[in-house]
Ligand binder design. Structure first.
Ligand code: SF4
Length: 300
């Protein structure tokens, strides 16, 4: 099981977040074009999954983020009892916030109220939803997401009315979109979720093994986004109400978001400052910026 820590804003202040990947049986849907998380999951969720979570708790953590390679609220991954036990243990951990992830159709309104009551005001609950795009055509034809923007809005509204924080993930560069279209989609989507999300996390695609995106990538029909594109998205969303941030993975790698290999480190430092609330314009130069600008002109 993997876990890692990073600094980010927690309730508007810099805090230490610990991410914990719980080895459940993974996402029941398993059909998004860029994803193959399910391939790395065990066939069955281990019976001692609650104690696995408990063993990861430690002092000095402001926020726990639980990833299951699927949906925390899917009772095929974690039974209702296990979900409640984990929430109850987190509630006594001393941290101020807990994030879990879920597809919207698995958010049961009565159960969410039980979870919130269990936290007894000890900690805030945040539900992260992989919306990816607020454009239904992109959701259907470029991602195969299996739900609509309206479904997200329905559940996000419910969560916020019930004092649960909402984090919306937006995907940078789904397959078969140009670099320019993908920036446009993230920026438009971020504006569309402004009223329904407390946090917007921009997630650039990385090429997962055995995904449809990998098939395109191997045939040279897909390139992960330029880091310049993420910078552009952050610059164009810095005035929005929600906390906008990004923790890209595989930065600088062939399968991940990358520029030329020499400017990623500096740009990531600027992105980290942005993540910590600076909201300053990220402005930098490198020889490869011209290559990116040419890429933006491509229409196919
Ligand atoms: S992206 Fe999320 S919803 Fe889609 S298959 Fe992967 S884990 Fe499931």
């Amino acid at each position: 099981m993997a876990s890692w820590k990073n600094y980010e804003l927690v309730s508007g202040k810099p805090g230490l977040a610990k991410s914990i990947v719980l080895p459940t049986c993974g996402c029941y849907y398993d059909s998004c074009y860029m994803c193959s998380y399910k391939r790395d999951c065990p066939p069955k969720t281990p019976q001692n999954i609650v104690s696995i979570f408990e063993s990861e708790l430690e002092d000095g953590i402001d926020k726990y983020k639980i990833f299951t390679s699927g949906s925390f609220f899917d009772s095929r991954e974690l039974s209702r009892e296990q979900q409640l036990e984990i929430i109850s243990i987190a509630s006594d951990s001393g941290a101020g916030e807990l994030t879990v992830e879920s597809r919207p159709e698995l958010i049961d309104e009565a159960f969410i109220k039980s979870c919130r009551d269990l936290l007894e005001g000890n900690m805030s609950l945040e539900v992260a939803i992989g919306l990816e795009s607020a454009n239904n055509d992109i959701l259907k034809y470029h991602i195969n997401k299996g739900f609509t923007f309206e479904k997200y809005v329905e559940k996000a509204d419910f969560l916020r009315k019930n004092d649960v924080l909402v984090k919306a993930y937006l995907l940078l560069k789904p397959p078969l979109l140009t670099e320019y279209e993908s920036i446009l989609d993230v920026v438009e989507s971020a504006h569309k979720v402004e009223e329904t999300a407390d946090t917007i996390s921009i997630n650039p695609v990385s090429v997962h093994r055995n995904s449809l995106v990998e098939q395109l990538w191997m045939r040279k029909r897909y390139r992960p986004p330029y880091l310049w594109s993420l910078v552009e998205c952050l610059n164009q969303t810095r005035d929005l109400g929600p906390y906008v941030m990004s923790h890209p993975v595989a930065v600088g790698k062939e399968r991940g978001i990358h520029n030329c290999g020499s400017c990623e480190h500096e740009l990531m430092e600027r992105i980290e400052e942005y993540n910590m609330g600076s909201r300053g314009l990220i402005d930098s130069e490198c020889e490869c910026k011209g290559e990116w600008e040419e890429e933006l002109k491509r229409i196919f």
